[in-house]
Design a binder for this molecule. Structure first.
Ligand SMILES: *Cc1c(COP(=O)(O)O)cnc(C)c1O
Length: 434
């Protein structure tokens, strides 16, 4: 029997502790009860439908309830839901590792599985660090990053992240990472120049450089030129250190090509993937590494990578991820998203005609603009989000950055509807008398 709505909401407010939500908001903000979901739609208990503009926190690349993912999950559940990978193996895990290596940027042949994006980053950091520790360069213990990076919420991932509103309170617990100053007026060139200089002068201290390629998600969907990324990649090669591409958000075609690294035609040494990897359906993640890195772990027990998780290579997650890859291939997801990405970019660019809208930007199926003063603590974004909910879309802002990351396979009419709601909600908040 279904819980009545009011009872559900009372229990929610009494017992849940939601991420990144103040107790005031937890107790006062309207909540949309999701009963089912299909495609880009979240559907309430009495059939009210709203569009999921944030891709359920950036992971829902193929829409909700994709019939092939449901079937793949069901089929796998009948055979094997989970078992150890210690001294045992199974087909979904093995096939997924080899298929991921085949679609990844060149040279990433080794796959380490885990179950969320933060962990895939922790694993990349630990691999890089341990590599130098046991391969005669223990002084390489410093990570170099971009200002404003976000790599997850565990302590290591926060250490290389730089969104102060998220991790400031934990600073005393975090290890040191080096990062240049913030870009001024969206000019990233000095930022990358500083990284390249640091690598030239101090490369022997650097364990790895970690970046979100081309789009910094949590910093506010900030975008920089792939040329800068390509130059940074060259500089890491010259310094003979590692580049970690955190593609947790940008992977699986979110920015156009399969990986945002592809915009720069680079092959990182380590790559983190989660979110879209399992179609936004299962907690699943992977860290990919080159053979060179794996070679640095060859030998006895004392040289093994010291990391592991209970749900390593979980067969349900692996089976869903395999089906995601099959859908991308067979339905030509990336190719078919192109006209939608173009439409999205046009519509977002048009938002500039509204007073108070700044810096509209889009890449692939990811688009954003800023309102009012930037910053995560901004309030206007939330006002727009509340109006959007009334108009039929779940739009979760990053402070005063409004963004949309719809499924790559969203239908034409649904996309138009979503763009209409974004425009209307923004207009209502920013333009008096509209
Ligand atoms: C979301 C995100 C993470 C963290 O992933 P979780 O699954 O939420 O732990 C790491 N890096 C980037 C770039 C992300 O967008």
């Amino acid at each position: 029997m279904r819980l009545p709505d009011d009872e559900l909401l009372v229990l929610d407010r009494r017992h849940l502790w939601r991420p990144y939500t103040s107790s005031e908001d937890h107790e006062s903000r309207p909540l949309f009860i999701v009963d089912r979901a299909e495609g880009p739609w979240l559907i309430g208990p009495r059939g009210r439908r709203i569009l999921d503009a944030s891709g359920s926190w950036w992971c829902n690349n193929l829409g909700h309830g994709h019939p092939r993912l449901r079937q793949a999950l069901g089929r796998q559940a009948e055979r094997l839901m989970h078992c150890t990978f210690g001294g045992a193996t199974h087909e979904p895990g093995v096939r997924l590792a080899s298929e991921l290596a085949a679609v990844a940027p060149k040279g990433l042949e080794r796959v380490f599985f885990s179950d969320n994006g933060s962990t895939s980053v922790e694993v990349a950091l630990k691999i890089a660090f341990q590599y130098w520790q046991q391969n005669d360069r223990p002084e390489r213990d410093l990570f170099l990053t971009l200002p404003g990076g976000y790599h997850g919420d565990t302590l290591g991932a926060m250490s290389v992240g730089a969104v102060d509103e998220f991790s400031g309170v934990f600073r005393p617990l975090l290890f040191e990472a080096a990062r240049p100053a913030e870009p001024v007026e969206y000019d990233w060139e000095p930022v990358f120049d500083a990284l390249v200089t640091r690598l030239r002068e101090d490369g022997d201290r650097i364990a790895a450089v970690i970046v979100e390629p081309v789009v910094q998600g949590a910093a506010g969907m900030r975008m920089y030129s792939p040329t800068l990324l390509a130059e940074l990649c060259e500089a890491t090669t010259r310094a003979d250190t590692f580049l970690i591409a955190d593609e947790v958000f940008t992977g699986f075609g979110r920015t156009g090509p399969m990986w945002a690294s592809d915009h720069a035609r680079i092959a990182p040494d380590l790559l983190c993937t989660a979110k879209g990897l399992s179609g936004g359906v299962m907690p699943f993640a992977a860290t990919l590494a080159t053979d060179r890195i794996y070679e640095g772990f060859r030998g006895g027990k004392e040289r093994a990578l010291m990391h592991g998780h209970t749900f390593f290579a979980n067969p349900l997650g692996a089976a869903v991820a395999l089906e995601v890859l099959a859908i991308y291939r067979e339905d030509r997801i990336l190719e078919r998203a192109k006209p939608k990405a173009a439409r999205l970019a046009d519509a977002i660019r048009d938002m500039a005609s509204l007073p108070g809208v700044r810096h509209p930007r889009a890449l692939g199926m990811c688009a954003a603009f800023d309102v009012g003063q930037t910053g995560y603590m901004g309030k206007i974004g939330w006002e727009i989000s509340e109006v959007a909910l009334e108009l039929g879309a779940h739009l979760r802002p990053l402070g005063n950055t409004i963004y949309v990351v719809p499924p790559l396979n969203i239908g034409h009419d649904d996309l138009e509807q979503l763009l209409y709601v974004v425009r209307k909600a923004t207009e209502r908040v920013l333009v008096k008398d509209s």
